[in-house]
Ligand binder design. Structure first.
Ligand code: PLP
Length: 421
């Protein structure tokens, strides 16, 4: 294993199996999974419909390649195109979010004949050469030798930075002015703006609703495409909306949308949705050997059925809303927590050294260890080396489980606060 591999805990944990919102480790300990794998378990662990679909498809044929059609792939592509909101949409399946963003960047730069891309500061879009190259934070970007020229604009982080003191309208106006200024200084055309509606790895942070709509007016004037990276925010995770871009609804749908993580419920499914005109701009065949593989497509179909039939987006809104309130109340006396934010089942707690405004990765690590002891798994992230706790359980989380997890987390936060005082 490479030395930089990031394991969360001092004592590595081996997960052996899961069910519903719980997983078990090799020592037999049971945990409430408040991170849903890594936002990958969208509906539930070991969801029977998904397990059955995988087993049935595996019994028929494991792989056919994209040289042939597969019923699950065609059906899923049609459903995702219809759900995307993008007119005349086409879908290309990949095996990860990174690859989906790579494909979107390839399409945008080819379509626009430009290798310049706009991205938000503090963004994360994956691990390939081009995705790492546009990532807006050097902590996640081990190289600066990007094949793309990236221009970074403000807008992803609301509570810190030069515009933090402004109200929402003034914040939006400042970010738009920043975008205009950046474009004014740029020679030649820009291919696209890529943005996460809520930044994921960056610590579950976003600009005000409508910000991307305001950006869109500027982008349209320059013919610049808008790529919405929905790898974390898609499929109802944010509760109020099926896609994150819908929080900016005056903007209408993006030109392209990328997805991955939750749709496969743990199977490797990613993809890009684009207007036909953009998708078809590549004149050479571009095949993904394993993208759209039948077993993964069968899993995604069953998972999507479950999500829609059980209105898990509505559940994310309701249970996520309760959990947000519960956590805000829980941290009222704890100054190790600077902010509790989020929407739906995508909730972030920003931690600081008590009594200061200084981001505290140390506090986050203490909380993670204490939560583990209490039987709760959570994630961390944020631009300051992991000072934000990230909560993103499967979308089927019950009220009782939300309450149980909040209790464990409250005690873990109290432990961290006491240790750091
Ligand atoms: N885009 C976003 C917003 C992500 O959060 C991630 C992964 O965390 C990616 C892209 C990359 O996806 P993957 O890890 O599946 O390649």
């Amino acid at each position: 294993m490479p030395d930089w591999l990031a394991l969360y805990y001092d004592r590595p944990m081996e997960i052996t199996h899961g069910e519903g919102r719980h997983v078990w480790d090799a020592e037999g300990n049971r945990y409430l999974d408040f991170f849903g794998g890594i936002l990958t378990t969208m509906t539930a662990h070991a969801l029977p419909e998904v397990t059955k679909a995988v087993a049935e498809q595996a019994g028929r044929i494991l792989h056919t390649s994209t040289l042939y059609l597969d019923r699950h792939m065609v059906e899923l592509a049609e459903r995702v195109a219809a759900l995307s909101g993008i007119p005349d949409a086409r879908v290309f399946f990949t095996t990860s979010g990174t690859e989906a963003n790579d494909a979107a960047l390839l399409l945008a730069t080819t379509y626009r004949r430009s290798n310049q891309v706009l991205a938000l500061r503090n963004s994360y879009h994956g691990r390939s050469f081009s995705a790492v190259g546009i990532t807006g934070n050097s902590a996640w970007s081990p190289t600066s030798l990007s094949p793309l020229q990236t221009l970074y604009v403000h807008g992803g982080v609301r509570s810190r930075g030069p515009y933090a003191h402004l109200d929402d309208d003034a914040f939006t106006a400042a970010c738009v002015a920043d975008l205009r200024d950046m474009l004014g200084q740029t020679r030649g055309g820009v291919a696209a703006l890529i943005a996460e509606p809520v930044q994921g790895v960056g610590g579950f942070t976003s600009g005000p609703d409508g910000l991307l709509a305001a950006f869109r007016e500027v982008l349209d004037a320059h013919g610049i495409l808008w790529i919405s990276d929905e790898v974390q925010t898609g499929w109802g995770r944010t509760g109020d909306h099926f896609w994150g871009w819908q929080a900016h609804d005056r903007a209408g749908p993006p030109d392209m949308l990328t997805f991955a993580k939750g749709i496969g419920n743990g199977m490797s499914v990613g993809g890009v949705v684009a207007r036909a005109e953009v998708m078809n701009c590549l004149d050479a065949n571009s095949i993904s050997t394993f993208g759209g593989s039948p077993v993964t497509m069968a899993a995604a179909q069953a998972n999507l059925n479950h999500l829609l039939e059980h209105d898990l987006q509505g559940n994310a809104r309701r249970v996520g809303g309760l959990l947000l309130e519960r956590l805000r109340a829980a941290v009222a006396g704890l100054d190790v927590v600077r902010e509790v934010r989020g929407r739906g089942l995508m909730i972030g707690l920003e931690l600081v050294r008590p009594g200061t405004d200084e981001p505290s990765p140390e506090a986050a690590s203490l909380v993670l260890e204490a939560a583990r002891e209490g039987g709760l798994l959570i994630g961390k992230g944020g631009s300051h080396l992991g000072s934000v706790l990230r909560i993103a359980p499967p979308l089927s989380l019950t009220v009782a489980e939300a309450e149980e997890g909040a209790g464990i987390l409250q005690r873990a936060l109290e432990t961290a606060q006491t240790r750091l005082e």
